[in-house]
Design a protein around this ligand. Sequence first.
Ligand SMILES: *Cc1c(COP(=O)(O)O)cnc(C)c1O
Length: 389
Amino acid sequence: MTRPLLNRRLAEFGTTIFAEMSALAARTGSINLGQGFPDTDGPEEIREAAVRALRDGLGNQYPPGPGVPELRRAVADHQREWYGLTYDPDAEVLVTAGATEAIAAALLALVEPGDEVIALEPYYDSYAACVAMAGGTRVPVTLRPHEGAYVLDLDELRAAVTDRTRLILLNTPHNPTGTVLTRAELTAVAELAIERDLLVVTDEVYEHLVFDDAEHVPLASLPGMRERTVTIGSAGKTFSFTGWKVGWITASPELTAAVRSAKQFLTYVSSGPFQYAIAEALRLPAAYFDGLRADLRAKRDLLSEGLAQAGFEVYRPAGTYFVTTDIRPLGADDGFAFCRSLPERAGVVAIPNAVFYDHREAGAPFVRFAFCKKTEVLEEAVNRLKRLA
Ligand SMILES: *Cc1c(COP(=O)(O)O)cnc(C)c1O
């Protein structure tokens, strides 16, 4: 057989860097600040809710295709209470197997082969693969470091739109840079989408992880955007249950129906009993969400200060649980080589941001650390990283 087994659409996507780096962490006994999953589980009462659902026979068989009504109502209520957005739980909410399936289903449903999809670079790794699976062409718009934060160049975004652009794939709060797009930036994105008649798929899985003065503004809440926006949410990051894979979209009836057309042939349904538990989680009092934010803000500060003391230039994130650093002050400029040697030099694992770029050179000197870990783990990591200074 001379033909490669993996088709051309996926040939460029090898195994993810997370597999390589997590294996390296295990082999070297390093602290793994590479992959972004919490090292403690979410609220006990929500775990109990899942156990109760299992025991009561809720969701042990195929749940309804759009998701269980309790969760769809809870998602709609959450969007209304937090953002004043009203969605009909029957026609405008769709439960998915995590945000990952929501991204895949939205792109498979909305993109024709040859369509261009604009995504903010550095981007979450599944975006490029899903655009490729949909037969689309990705058009990266690069967020650039400026005065201690990553910013979106609105002129660059405008210039990236062509007659073939179908949609903008947005992510705010943004992984891996920690940037939270401002209302002014989002207003400019909205005006562009309306002017050029574009759809927007917006990945808001970190909606509750914003710090200090940053505010999460759902794009769908801006004038004229509700009918052209697919908003993606997930329980994984908000409730620290990344293994449950409960996500959702909210969108107009037409967009929701389109995304459901693709979703029904991906997983059809998933996470039955967990859907009931997340319906309860979304109704937790504000104190839960405040507590999560306060906990992660303290961890952000601990890791950011430790990294700065170790000699990194730190882009202090306004949101998410990742911090991006520049390694050039440490005399290095190749993030891959740096991350491969970091376990031996300091017993810590991080991720080279270049994997999130098409313009690899633009991402070369940047390295991402996750701070969704126990305080004592972060303290030990900071101690170890001092060896670099
Ligand atoms: C973690 C993450 C996802 C995936 O969410 P799941 O609900 O676990 O599938 C999607 N987008 C971004 C930006 C993420 O960081």
